[in-house]
Design a protein. Structure first.
Length: 269
């Protein structure tokens, strides 16, 4: 499913706290923050209609097998998504596959893959104005995240429909009071950016203008990708450091040489 949003449809979902942090004014007065927000909102109004936000997602039947999640693309096409597990003493030894029913349990789980982005021009069309360029780059990041927020809400209530009666305020959405989680690639529970190659193989991110670098980083930079999991007890966690044993096992499950995975997971070794 591909969705195109007008910018003004996404603005209400922006978490301005992160915008203030990115701009470096999070410790300044509310007056200064309000002034900056008004300026940012005015800039967004000016580009509304010329640029857009995009979401791409699909929902699949799935089951877990160890630290893998297997998704059913069709009756004869199963895709394996390998994940990492917490390994440090004192952790709960969690893995994202823990929130999907095992293959030998007669329950059908589902999982969704997604990516969101903005029109490429938001990042490239303001080079002649350094201040405007910085403003637009920071707003582009916020728009991509806000698009994921809006999309996820629609998935929960309509497309997947596991929470049709959800009625949360924007503050509650930003505090992640909804059922399930939306772990993003590159974040603590899904740190391997090369996981984007797996998502791309299923969704074809180019349909919304995203291309991947050799390391799996997304272009435009203002893009988000990841999973949507509905389990009511699902929660976020940090993988942290892993040992050589898990690195070897993960490379086997990814079907990649150990040294390639070592490069992708350098921060976790």
């Amino acid at each position: 499913m591909k969705i195109t949003y007008n910018i003004q449809d996404i603005v209400p979902y922006i978490n301005w706290v992160y915008f203030y942090y990115a701009w470096g004014v999070h410790n300044q007065s509310d007056v200064e923050k309000s002034k900056l927000r008004k300026e940012a909102e005015a800039a967004l109004k000016k580009i509304d209609g010329k640029y857009h936000c995009f979401a791409l997602f699909d929902i699949f039947d799935a089951y877990s097998k160890g630290d893998d999640i297997i998704i059913k693309i069709s009756d004869d096409n199963l895709v394996t998504l390998p994940f990492l597990r917490q390994q440090q003493p004192g952790s709960e030894f969690l893995c994202l596959s823990d929130f999907i029913s095992p293959f030998d349990v007669p329950l059908t789980s589902k999982i969704a893959l997604f990516s969101t982005t903005v029109s490429h021009g938001i990042e490239t069309d303001f080079d002649a104005d350094p201040y405007g360029k910085m403003m637009m780059q920071l707003l582009a990041d916020r728009l991509a995240e806000a698009t994921a927020e809006r999309m996820h809400e629609e998935v929960r209530k309509n497309y997947w429909g596991y929470a049709p009666n959800e009625n949360l305020t924007m503050e509650e959405l930003h505090m992640e009071r909804f059922q399930g989680i939306r772990p993003a690639v590159g974040y603590p529970s899904l740190p391997d950016t090369s996981f984007n190659f797996l998502i791309d193989s299923v969704l074809n991110m180019r349909d919304i203008g995203i291309r991947l670098t050799e390391s799996g980083a997304m272009k435009p930079h203002a893009s988000v990708s990841g999973l949507m999991i509905s389990h009511p007890k699902a929660r976020y966690f940090t993988i942290g450091k892993i040992g050589e044993d898990q690195l070897v096992d993960y490379s086997r499950r990814r079907g990649l040489p150990v040294e390639v995975c070592r490069k992708f997971l350098a921060a976790n070794l």
